[in-house]
Design a protein around this ligand. Structure first.
Ligand code: IDP
Ligand code: MG
Length: 149
């Protein structure tokens, strides 16, 4: 079962979109196996966004992600990385298709609501930054307790 790291970014939390965003993923069939609210500090932001160090938008990106609390979560399911990226939509909300989270709730590239891992390699790296293995409830799906009889 694949896992992906999702962040509900400061703009989405401030706009009280957390529930609506989580519902998009749940509706799709992805299962939350870990979640927490936290304030990201400079060090954590630089580690998470290491691939973007040196880019012109890096300082603004770090300032944005550290500006107020976020929700971090691990979602699990078949092809979870790809499915979550489709559900999130294109990086720039003005290019994102209607029906995606960014296409329905966003307008600015610098305030694009959600992060989703872009590959299984990234997801493993990113999940390990935000969660310990003990915090991930792998038994939830293994025991199929989520299936309503
Ligand atoms: P992604 O979030 O769709 O994977 P990335 O290219 O990994 O997009 O960029 C990480 C984040 O950096 C984006 O979600 C967005 O918040 C921000 N970002 C990317 N490109 C720009 C830019 O050109 N200007 C401002 N912010 C940007
Ligand atoms: Mg990315």
């Amino acid at each position: 079962m694949e896992q992906t790291l999702i962040l509900i970014k400061p703009d989405a939390v401030q706009r009280s979109l957390t529930g609506k965003i989580i519902a998009r993923f749940e509706n799709r069939g992805l299962q939350m196996v870990a979640a927490k609210q936290l304030l990201v500090d400079q060090k954590l932001a630089e580690e998470h966004y290491a691939e973007h160090v040196g880019k012109p938008f890096f300082a603004g990106l770090v300032e944005y992600i550290t500006s107020s609390p976020i929700i971090a979560m691990v979602l699990a399911g078949n092809n979870a990385v790809k499915v979550a990226r489709q559900t999130i939509g294109a990086t720039d909300p003005k290019e994102a298709s209607p029906g995606t989270i960014r296409g329905d709730y966003g307008i600015d590239l610098g305030r694009n609501l959600v992060h989703g891992s872009d590959s299984t390699e990234s997801s493993q790296r990113e999940i390990n930054i935000f969660f310990s293995s003990e915090q991930i409830n792998e038994w939830t799906m293994a025991n199929e307790k989520w299936i309503v009889e």
